[in-house]
Design a protein around this ligand. Structure first.
Ligand code: ATP
Ligand code: MG
Length: 198
């Protein structure tokens, strides 16, 4: 069984994430996509991230009813700092073979991969997959280390110029987020009063 891992803060999950996952699933013949929301960041620097339980709940709502999708609590439940290599190892421990494991990212994330903990081990654990994202040039892949490039698949997708950052700002300003996120995610954001004070 081929498994695709889609990691992210998902604050909130939006159609850019879902389309990226779905296109990779179809093109690579992946059987199951597992969305993995990140846990609470242990350090207090940068912007305040929405509680992991809210981000997890929104990811569940966004993927509910799609048989090929599931959401993992592994990073949400881990108390210590999590790294992608640990998460991938955890999935391999369940019996998935490295050749059947795909780690999917947008191009912005892939271009920063050399800053990830133990990134040079990733090609042994999985196949790396990236999708283009507006604002990031695919040519920059050339600058990535050879070990990453050799293991990387680029999947073309219809590009959505949307980000969670923009959705949070729109929610804060009351500018509307309909059709940028799934309907149930929109309702969750409204009823939980998320992003009111960014
Ligand atoms: P933020 O603005 O808070 O960084 P984001 O929209 O970038 O949010 P993340 O949760 O940071 O979302 O991203 C999770 C993964 O999804 C990353 O690999 C990212 O590159 C990818 N991704 C996010 N938005 C898109 C998009 N519109 N098109 C393609 N990939 C995307
Ligand atoms: Mg991001």
């Amino acid at each position: 069984m081929k498994v695709g891992i889609m990691g992210g803060t998902f604050d909130p999950v939006h159609y850019g994430h879902l389309l990226a996952a779905e296109e990779c699933r179809r093109r690579l013949d992946i059987d199951k996509i597992i969305f993995v929301p990140t846990g609470e960041p242990p350090h207090k620097s940068g912007r305040k991230i929405t509680p992991a339980e809210d981000r997890y709940a929104m990811t569940l709502l966004a993927t509910a009813g799609v048989l090929e999708y599931s959401v993992s609590r592994t990073e949400v439940d881990r108390k210590e700092l999590t790294h992608t290599v640990d998460t991938l190892r955890e999935f391999l421990d369940t019996g998935i073979k490295p050749e059947d494991l795909f780690f999917i990212t947008g191009l912005d994330a892939m271009l920063s991969i050399t800053s990830w903990f133990d990134y040079e081990l990733l090609p042994e654990l999985c196949t790396l997959v990236t999708v283009p994202r507006p604002g990031y040039s695919i040519k920059n892949i050339d600058k990535l280390p050879e070990i990453i490039k050799q293991n990387l698949k680029v999947i073309e997708i219809p590009q959505f110029a949307i980000s969670s950052t923009e959705i949070r700002e729109r929610a804060r300003d009351g500018r509307g987020i309909r059709f940028l996120v799934p309907h149930l995610v929109e309702i969750y954001i409204e009823s939980a009063g998320l992003y009111k004070d960014l």
